[in-house]
Design a protein. Structure first.
Length: 362
């Protein structure tokens, strides 16, 4: 009897050990498959890179004698500027083409995350049209300033541009992810609130898309999004205070890391910009307390974000780190190129151009 009990116990323990080993191996194989799925896309991402966020490459552009030399240099990296009159649009389109090419190679979960990030470029098209309508820019000029996006189709663009007033222009967004902007405008008639709402919609969509990521990609995404939410909230409160807006609590979003609810509440209730920034004491953003220009505050936040995603690309090089770096850095790269080309064409001092860049030359 004892022998049979011992045998049963031994078999049970052996089976449990086998199940543990199988579970371990399955987890290991899942991790290896996840790493394998990112190997090709990450190799492409590192090959394309974002060289115009690096000090040496930015300084090379600033040392050229003419804008044509700059255009020739950036062409080698895929930025095809054919007409300096439309340099900003051509840089954007070149950037989007590079980004979409890399995104197509991603595993499905990462592709959904990247596509959620790309919604920001649709939001930018909407902002551009609304600003132009608000400033009563001629229709033909507005058409020259925009291009079709993923959600903002030619028909929506036409509806917005041809609209006789802002209400009608915003009504065209009813069937898009940006429909909430219609309500915000009707309640406030405040273009800045509409723009901040567009940013909020993009950020919320991106936060939601994180849940679809493979577990190995979740950690860098969580770190990135927590910082992105913090930065969005700081920018929103700073802009709102400068514009003397009310109900700023409607513009902030949950999900940050260093800015707790009570810190955000204190920032919203602050009477002055200095008081807003004082609430950043004890956080990674405390250095902003020494900056008094709202534009420079935003620029410094952008530099912090770029540094963080560069760090993530190295720390999480076998999962979503390089993708996150690529999405953010390419955006800043395109912005840097626009600043440099504009600076050359307007004969701005090199120091002035350098001060506006996000990256190693700043």
């Amino acid at each position: 009897m004892l022998d049979s009990t011992a045998i049963i116990l031994a078999i049970t323990i052996s089976l449990l050990a086998i199940f543990v080993v199988i579970a371990f191996l399955m987890g290991f194989f899942r991790k290896m498959l996840s790493i394998g799925a990112y190997m090709g896309p990450n190799a492409t991402i590192f090959a394309i890179g974002a060289k115009y966020t690096e000090k040496e490459n930015l300084e090379n552009l600033l040392n050229y004698a003419s804008v044509n030399e700059v255009v020739a240099d950036i062409r080698k990296e895929g930025y095809l500027v054919e007409n300096l009159k439309d340099y900003d649009l051509e840089i954007e389109k070149s950037m989007l083409s590079m980004m979409l090419r890399a995104i197509e190679m991603l595993p499905d979960d990462a592709k959904s995350f990247a596509e959620a990030y790309m919604l920001k470029y649709d939001a930018n098209i909407v902002k551009r049209i609304l600003r132009a309508k608000y400033a009563k820019v001629p229709k033909n000029r507005i058409y020259e300033m925009v291009y079709e996006g993923r959600n903002i189709t030619k028909l929506i663009i036409q509806h917005m541009v041809e609209a006789t007033n802002m209400e009608d222009a915003l009504a065209a967004l009813d069937a898009t992810p940006f429909r909430d902007c219609i309500r915000v405008w009707s309640e406030s008639n405040d273009l800045l609130k509409v723009e901040l709402t567009l940013d909020k919609i993009v950020l919320k969509r991106l936060v939601e898309s994180k849940n679809a990521l493979d577990e190995n990609a979740q950690e860098p995404a969580n770190i990135f999004l927590s910082m992105l939410v913090d930065i969005y909230n700081i920018k929103s409160v700073v802009r709102g205070k400068v514009a003397e807006m009310e109900n700023l609590e409607d513009l902030v979003i949950e999900g940050g890391y260093e800015l707790s609810d009570w810190k955000l509440r204190g920032m919203i209730d602050a009477r002055t910009l200095d008081e807003v920034l004082a609430h950043l004491e004890g956080t990674s953003y405390s250095s902003l307390r020494d900056i008094h220009d709202p534009f420079e505050i935003e620029l410094e936040l952008d530099k912090m974000l770029l540094n963080k995603v560069n760090e993530l690309s190295l720390t999480f090089s076998t999962s979503a780190g390089p993708l996150i770096m690529f999405l953010v850095a390419k955006d800043f790269e395109a912005r840097n190129l626009k600043v440099i080309l504009k600076g050359y064409m307007e004969n701005l001092p090199k120091e002035r151009i350098r001060a506006l860049l996000v990256g190693g030359a700043s």
